[in-house]
Design a protein around this ligand. Structure first.
Ligand code: HEM
Ligand code: HEM
Length: 218
């Protein structure tokens, strides 16, 4: 039997604002970062201006993501994405891959209890992997960005990068190269993230806050 659909508040206003502020900051960091790049030639912005803007925005972005992570924990959103769910998320991802190869449609596990007025399952489990992926990318960009800004104080990060890329010749060059490569990974990640959100019909809710969800218990 098909579940009844109910309109549910999925994301608070603050969560949505933070999501889009972080997204905008990352796009601007990519543009200004490319403007100071040693490897990518982008002549549409002046190098000096781009560098100052990139550093100020980078520090503001660290502030925004720190607050986002704090908020994510405080409102209980983290419980859907916790480390203990990574195992089931991998299983679900394998199931998605199998279904894709066999040409079958994956049923979304999301369900809402209309009686208790809360989610029984809030996310498609692959989102757990996506979330930890964001987290890892953010940490790498914060650490390498700060090490480029304060090379003496954060020398241990530069030395670690150099250990990973000894052929780069100098520690800061290695850090800068990793910072650049991971920033390119961001572009691919954003495209996959936007596509996955669209496939599971979630894009509307990250703008409006509400979504139609399948209800149980009635
Ligand atoms: C730099 C760009 C972006 C970043 C850093 C970002 C990051 C995130 C993070 C960390 C979450 C919460 C956890 C998760 O579901 O993975 C999220 C949720 C979401 N994002 Fe993004 N996002 C970006 C761009 C976009 C774009 C371009 C779209 C769609 C057009 C989008 C749509 C969504 C949706 C729909 C959700 C909520 C998923 C749900 O309801 O469970 N995001 N995003
Ligand atoms: C998602 C976040 C970020 C992105 C996408 C990004 C992107 C980039 C890119 C593409 C470059 C040029 C690398 C090259 O090819 O030489 C760069 C350089 C740099 N970034 Fe970032 N970055 C981010 C975050 C940060 C943060 C948080 C900081 C520190 C506050 C930072 C500080 C720097 C510095 C100091 C440089 C070198 C500028 C120079 O010495 O001329 N970045 N960034």
């Amino acid at each position: 039997m098909k579940n009844k659909m109910v309109a549910v508040k999925r994301h608070t206003l603050l969560y949505r604002v933070l999501h889009w502020v972080i997204a905008a900051e990352i796009v601007l960091l990519l543009i200004s970062g490319i403007g100071v790049s040693d490897y990518i030639c982008a002549t549409f912005i002046s190098r000096g201006g781009a560098r100052g803007f990139h550093i100020v925005l980078g520090l503001a972005w660290i502030g925004t993501i720190t607050f986002f992570l704090y908020y994510f924990m405080m409102v209980g959103e983290y419980k859907w994405f916790g480390i203990s769910r990574i195992g089931s998320a991998i299983d679900f991802f394998v199931h998605e891959l199998k279904s894709f190869i066999e040409g079958k449609k994956v049923k979304s596990p999301i369900s809402y209890s209309a009686e208790e007025k809360k989610y029984v399952e809030k996310i498609v489990l692959t989102e757990v992997l996506a979330w930890w992926g964001w987290f890892a990318l953010w940490i790498i960009m914060v650490l390498t960005g700060l090490a480029l800004l304060f090379p003496e104080s954060l020398n241990f990060i530069n030395r670690f990068c150099f250990a990973l890329l000894p052929l780069s010749g100098r520690a800061v060059v290695a850090t800068r190269f990793i910072h650049l490569v991971v920033s390119m990974v961001f572009i691919v990640y954003i495209i996959i993230h936007a596509y996955a959100s669209w496939t599971f019909g979630m894009v509307g809710s990250i703008f409006s806050g509400t979504n139609e969800e399948p209800a149980t218990n009635d």
